[in-house]
Write a protein that binds this ligand. Structure first.
Ligand code: ATP
Ligand code: MG
Ligand code: MG
Ligand code: MG
Length: 563
């Protein structure tokens, strides 16, 4: 590809509305452009990377015995009513009507469609197991699309669905996918960890999320350095907080308490009547299970409580302020004391919490017995969960470490949830009707690319790992008006292309500095620089993007050198 012909609009400025580095770099490197909230166009450079990831996924899915299909994005409401999710999915499901007033949704996932397909076609145990996958666009009307394609509303996903005749088979299907995922993310050059995830109502540990390790990640996870245990924070809540008897909780009146002495964590704890450990280990989760915040011991010297926000922005502080503002009517930011204690009642929702203690939005005051729902109503807090972290590995008892990650993949043993509701049955060996056992397995393609950038960048731009780099090599003649340089560049370009390299020839009439900057920004692993001095010696310079290492190599050896 010739740079001069490529649709590759790079930018020097850091876009002001992009919070995380991958979002900034994807915009700056001309990979994506926003169309509307959470809806993005991929430009040629970005799409090349997506295609690389898709190709790796395809190869590994095929290797694991899965077969590719392509399912409709527009899905009839009836199927979702059958599974029961039309009611339960909530606002993430984008619903609409056609000209005949029939209801539809845009597929956020495809369990219903695939189960419908399979129940009509697979009738006996002899046709099982089957694993079908697709790489397709999903739509989820995310409440807060952000971080570019990392959490968008329209996004690419590989989703696979396995159908088995029995439990043992289902476990084999699951582990095949688990292994395939390890291969996929390794091949993408990612540092990742599979972590145990909550399998919700299904039970067992048959759900794993594949987390790409990144401080900017929205997800929290714990892992044990002494054994192999790793889990997401929701799952890691191995000692669930004791449930209290609903009736036993008195609804006390909201009271403002003058608390000029509350400055240190010990003082807050004394005030709350809890041990420091208890408050230190208080976690707050959002409705979909994301850790939103944890109250932790702050800087020892200052000895204050900090709210560490797992979402990587000051959202929680804002929400706290909102909460405080809503109760006191005082202007936001007037006082930011944080002292939250909740009791977990019924289904773990904050709305059911009683008698919360929190900072009043007034200096030296706290509020006691604040009851969400009674004393204030804030949508953002309407479905927060609160739970406790655990310190110790549930397997070996050693200390757990915390880290942040990006969920790029999820494998899930579904059991008979959908097959039962939608009657996906088959005849077993004895001619008896049985319900198929399902698994589902997702990978976000755009999110995987973004996660890769989070792990592979420096102050000059992206540093692609070779397997998913949009081009392997960029040839940079420092001056296109120098015919000797231009000719040498063309010759190398031709021979690289013939040799099977994906190569970008920077044939633009630009200063060398501009070309170098762009090459660094878009992150091509190998740059071949053609300059007059070296060329006079019959050499070019090869520079590696990741280490910055530069080597002068004779022209005729270049191809061998980089291979
Ligand atoms: P999250 O917890 O981040 O909302 P999820 O658990 O809802 O993700 P799954 O239903 O498990 O997502 O979907 C499988 C994969 O699809 C995820 O692991 C992720 O890689 C990707 N994905 C999910 N939602 C989005 C999104 N809004 N934007 C981009 N990719 C997404
Ligand atoms: Mg989600
Ligand atoms: Mg998730
Ligand atoms: Mg998930």
């Amino acid at each position: 590809m010739r740079y001069s012909e490529m649709f590759l609009p790079t930018e020097r400025e850091v876009p002001s509305d992009a919070e995380v580095i991958s979002h900034q770099l994807m915009l700056r490197a001309g990979m994506i452009r926003k169309l509307s909230a959470g809806v993005y166009c991929y430009l040629p450079l970005g799409y090349r990377v997506i295609r690389k990831v898709e190709q790796i996924i395809r190869e590994e899915m095929n290797r694991a015995g899965a077969q590719e299909v392509f399912l409709p994005m527009v899905q009839p409401a009836e199927l979702w009513q059958e599974s029961g999710r039309w009611e339960h999915y909530g606002k993430e499901l984008l619903r609409f009507r056609d000209r005949h007033d029939r209801e539809y949704c845009l597929g956020p996932t495809h369990e219903e469609v695939i189960t419908d397909l399979v129940r009509h076609e697979l009738k006996t145990y002899r046709q099982l197991p089957k694993n079908l996958y697709q790489i397709q666009t999903k739509f989820r009307d995310e409440i807060r699309p952000r971080f570019g394609v990392m959490r968008s509303r329209e996004f690419g996903m590989k989703d696979a669905y396995s159908f088995d005749a029995d439990e043992e088979g289902a476990e084999i299907s699951y582990s095949k996918m688990f292994e395939a995922y390890k291969r996929i993310f390794s091949r993408c050059g990612l540092k990742f960890r599979p972590v145990e995830a909550d399998s919700g109502t299904i039970g067992g540990s048959f759900s794993h999320e594949f987390m790409v390790m990144a401080d900017s990640g929205e997800d929290g996870l714990v892992f044990c350095s002494s054994c192999s245990y790793a889990a997401n924070l929701e799952k890691a809540e191995v000692h669930p907080p004791e449930k209290e008897n609903l009736d036993a909780v008195e609804e006390l009146p909201l009271t403002e308490v003058h608390t000029p002495d509350i400055r240190t964590i010990e003082e807050v704890c004394a005030f709350l009547g809890v041990s420091p450990r208890e408050i230190v280990k208080t976690m707050i989760f959002s409705a979909d299970g994301k850790p939103v915040a944890v109250l932790v011991r702050g800087d020892e010297e200052v000895n204050e409580i900090k709210v560490r926000n797992y979402l990587g922005c000051d959202e929680l502080e804002l929400a706290m302020d909102d909460m405080i503002e809503a109760i006191t009517g005082a202007p936001r930011g007037f006082a930011g004391a944080v002292g939250l204690r909740g009791r977990i009642i019924a289904d773990n929702t904050l709305i059911n919490m009683r008698n919360v203690v929190m900072g009043a939005n007034k200096e030296d005051y706290h509020l006691r017995n604040a009851n969400p729902g009674r004393d204030f109503q804030i949508e953002a807090f309407a479905d927060l969960k609160i739970a406790r972290e655990t310190d110790d590995c549930p397997r070996c008892g050693k200390a757990l470490s915390f880290a942040r990650g990006i969920e790029v993949g999820h494998v899930f043993k579904l059991g008979t949830k959908y097959s039962k509701a939608m009657e996906a049955v088959f005849l077993d060996r004895n001619g008896k009707e049985q319900t198929m056992i399902m698994g589902c397995y997702g990978i976000g393609t755009g999110r995987t690319v973004a996660a890769c950038i989070e792990q592979n960048n420096d102050e000059n731009g992206i540093v692609w790992p070779m397997p998913i780099a949009p081009f392997h090599v960029i040839i940079t003649p420092v001056n296109m008006n120098d015919s000797a340089l231009a000719e040498a560049a063309e010759r190398l370009y031709g021979s690289f292309a013939a040799g099977g390299f994906e190569v970008l020839l920077d044939d633009r009439d630009e200063r060398a500095g501009v070309k170098f900057k762009d090459a660094d920004l878009i992150g091509i692993p190998i740059r071949v620089t053609i300059g007059p001095k070296k060329l006079a010696e019959g050499k070019v310079e090869i520079r590696l993007r990741d280490t910055g290492e530069v080597t002068a190599v004779p022209l005729e050896e270049v191809e061998n050198y980089i291979r």
